[in-house]
Design a protein. Structure first.
Length: 86
């Protein structure tokens, strides 16, 4: 078990191991783990403009890095899951 769900990431600077309190270290995202708008559009099979409309409408969360806009894969998966019909 890496850590308990009810604990916050440890403030320890040593993120290679579990923190001194036994909790999981904070996960550092790599820039490559965020999707460009074109990549997110490819996943959904839509245009980049549609992706822009979705985030401008507040339907798809984005991450701004300077002037660049990226989409977290987990946010994209949540977006897809929220729109599934049974």
């Amino acid at each position: 078990m890496i850590g308990r769900a009810d604990t916050q990431p440890c403030s320890s600077r040593d993120t290679a191991d579990l923190g001194p309190c036994g909790c999981a270290p904070a996960v550092a995202l790599q820039p490559s783990s965020l999707l460009k708008l074109a990549d997110a559009a490819d996943v959904l099979g839509v245009s980049i403009r549609t992706i822009r409309r979705l985030y401008e409408a507040g339907e798809l969360p984005v991450v701004r890095v300077g002037r660049q806009i990226r989409v977290s894969p987990s946010d994209l998966n949540r977006f897809i899951g929220d729109r599934r019909r049974h």
